[in-house]
Design a protein around this ligand. Structure first.
Ligand code: 13P
Length: 251
């Protein structure tokens, strides 16, 4: 049985105070929920959120990190800094990082390796643009993104990875991929991972879906055999909305 994850990606929203307010409101709403609840918060909220969420089922993480251990990289942040601040995981290769900040597959690969070295769980995001889907190159794109990002990742580390399939055309657009499209893409991602880690390794890696997930569509999405959770952007910003999604994020 693979682990199930309900992950919020707040992007560039919520100050530290707003983050702790949110967690305070979320806790009573998710008391009886058994799966993993992850919140990826802005850097400045990590310390406050993680100390507030200590000894609860909420796990705090970051949305990005640099590939270097440390160095003269103005404005960047290192894995070890995130870890000390209380981050347990980090999102790597989000499509907004790829498209708005020019992150390449090779850079993303280096970040995955660094995160594992720094003992932070990487959530690797992959996904095709609408153009790529329409031109029939979706599989090629996913294959390239996954195989470069995860090359040289030791098999023994595969259990620390989470993969997120986020088709670019459905992020923040309200256009959710259909459950069939999602499950097929996840099955393909698993095939690619099994080339790297073997079938057994690949079967243990959770693959979550992201892109316009909301209360209304999460149950359908979760029905997919290869869907092991969701990565929620906009709809995670409202605590009640997110709590409802959390409750539907199960098998
Ligand atoms: P939305 O849920 O706002 O489409 O964002 C998805 C996302 O980018 C999660 O990482």
């Amino acid at each position: 049985m693979r682990k199930i994850y309900c992950i919020a990606n707040w992007k560039m929203y919520k100050t530290a105070r707003e983050a702790t307010d949110y967690i305070e409101h979320l806790l009573p709403l998710i008391e009886d929920f058994k799966e993993n609840i992850y919140l990826s918060v802005p850097y400045t909220s990590i310390a406050a959120a993680s100390s507030f969420a200590k000894k609860t089922k909420i796990v705090i993480g970051a949305q990005n990190m640099n590939d270097a251990k440390e160095g003269a990289f103005t404005g960047e942040i290192a894995g070890l800094m995130l870890k000390e601040a209380g981050a347990y995981f980090v999102i790597i290769g989000h499509s907004e990082r790829r498209s708005l900040f020019g992150e390449t597959d090779e850079f993303i690969h280096k970040k995955v390796i660094r995160a594992l070295q720094d003992d932070i769980q990487p959530i690797l995001c992959v996904g095709e643009t609408l153009e790529e889907r329409n031109s029939g190159t979706m599989k090629k794109v996913l294959q390239r993104q996954i195989s470069i990002a995860l090359s040289n990742v030791p098999k023994s580390s595969s259990d620390k990875l989470i993969l997120a399939y986020e088709p670019v055309w459905s992020i923040g657009t309200g256009k959710t991929a259909t459950p069939k499209i999602i499950d097929e893409a996840h099955a393909f991602c698993r095939e690619v991972i099994s080339e790297l880690f073997g079938k057994k390794g690949a079967n243990g890696i959770s693959i979550v879906y992201g892109g316009s997930v909301k209360v209304e569509n999460v149950s359908e999405i979760m029905k997919g055999e290869n869907v092991d959770g969701v990565l929620v952007g906009g709809a995670s910003l409202d605590v009640r909305e997110f709590a409802k999604i959390v409750h539907k994020c199960k098998k």
